[in-house]
Design a protein around this ligand. Structure first.
Ligand code: FEO
Length: 397
């Protein structure tokens, strides 16, 4: 059902209460999500900004028909071609063929590549404007936020930025607006979204925010393509993004381990306890990576000044859950953080070295060569673990 945003703009998207995984099975979404689409009605032209994920395409069209006679849609703006926003386009453009689709040059490639249709594409660049009668949309290219094709659209007369994925959250809510929802949930979901989706592009985020601020555009509302709309103090999420993009961390260390017969777990706990004893102000969190959701772990890593990572040696390598987490860490693009590796073993003992290599390649500064222990930790081994924990906490001072 359409929801009124203001006298010109209405929301015509889909709230997806069921979604618990996104990007295939890669990203957990504990509070569902939404695919936000918007209708902007000028006196001369009505524009649809984005659509919804393909499985909801026909439902979207049905709802859209209740909000507007489809023949009155004079243009479609495809801010981003990923299927969660473009999925209903093939259905819609069968009903209103020839309707111009405004997108970037990369948007054409993306949409053609996915749908193999030669729609009436109108390529736009930063600064191009679409007159709607009494109002206009200005386009701002935003490559890599989240794909090369992404752009923002800005409605000058109402000071609304349609930011697509940027400033989004996988957060389903009937409330629609940021001031009406639980603030802790909202900010946690916004951070998880940033850490898992946008963190690799932090340098681009900083540049884009600076560029938008330099344009001096007033922003009264930010309408992203997922989650709630930022209408109360919308620039706070922009400032938050600037902080998250700029080597953000909290006073936290995260210990990540996997274990077969508990030796690496015992090492992890001894290291964590020593860090907590040495630095009472430091938040120390400990996770078995086989038992915790990896998207949540990415969020914890994002918040951390340093990480301590351990695995037993298994078939001359790592346990597979740890290998998977290290792959995710490698893609996060994190900088200025410290790390150390550890692990138990029975005979060959490669794991700690392999972990250290992954962490170094991911951009972490290793505080030392790591700690390996053969068989079950005894008192002497536990003392070494405690020393490592203290050394790591000191390195963060
Ligand atoms: Fe929400 Fe990059 O799609």
């Amino acid at each position: 059902m359409a929801r009124t945003i203001n006298s010109r703009v209405s929301w015509v998207g889909k709230i997806d209460w069921e979604l618990n995984k996104f990007h295939g099975e890669e990203l957990s979404t504990r509070h569902g999500s939404s695919y936000n689409a918007y209708l902007v009605k000028g006196t001369a032209k009505t524009v649809l900004i984005d659509t919804v994920w393909k499985p909801y395409g026909l439902e979207f069209i049905k709802q859209l028909k209740q909000a507007i006679n489809l023949s009155e849609i004079g243009a479609i703006v495809a801010n981003h071609g990923e299927v969660d926003h473009s999925g209903a386009l093939p259905f819609l453009l069968k009903l209103i063929p020839g309707t111009p689709v405004y997108c970037t040059a990369n948007g054409v490639k993306s949409l053609k590549g996915q749908y193999h249709e030669d729609w009436n594409f109108q390529v736009v660049k930063t600064g191009d404007r679409l007159e709607l009668g009494g109002c206009d949309l200005t386009f701002i290219e935003a490559p890599m936020l989240h794909w090369p094709d992404t752009m923002f659209s800005y409605l000058s007369q109402d000071n609304i930025l349609f930011s697509n994925d940027a400033f989004g959250q996988h957060y389903a809510s009937e409330k629609m607006f940021n001031d009406l929802v639980d603030q802790c949930e909202l900010m946690h979901e916004a951070m998880k979204y940033y850490a898992n989706i946008l963190s690799p592009y932090s340098a681009i985020v900083i540049k884009k925010i600076r560029e938008i601020l330099d344009l001096g555009l007033p922003v009264d509302m930010i309408c992203p393509s997922h989650g709630v709309i930022w209408r109360k103090e919308p620039m706070r999420i922009v400032d938050q993004y600037r902080q998250w993009a700029d080597n953000y961390h909290e006073n936290q260390v995260t210990v990540l381990y996997d274990t077969m017969w508990n030796s690496t777990r015992i090492m992890a706990e001894a290291i964590a306890a020593a860090m907590a004893d040495y630095a009472p102000e430091l938040r120390v969190k400990v996770y078995n990576v086989s038992k915790h959701d990896h998207s949540d772990l990415v969020t914890e890593i994002f918040r951390s000044r340093g990480i301590v990572v351990g695995s037993p040696t298994y078939n001359r390598g790592l346990l597979s859950a740890m290998a998977s987490v290290l792959e995710e860490i490698g893609g996060m693009g994190l900088k200025n953080r410290k790390a150390v590796a550890f692990g138990s073993y029975g005979w060959s003992g490669e794991a700690a070295k392999i972990i250290a290599e992954h962490l170094s390649k991911a951009g972490f500064e290793l505080v030392n060569d790591g700690l390996r222990h053969m068989w079950t930790p005894d008192q002497e081994a536990l003392a070494k673990c405690r020393s490592l924990g203290e050394e790591f906490a000191k390195a963060l001072d």
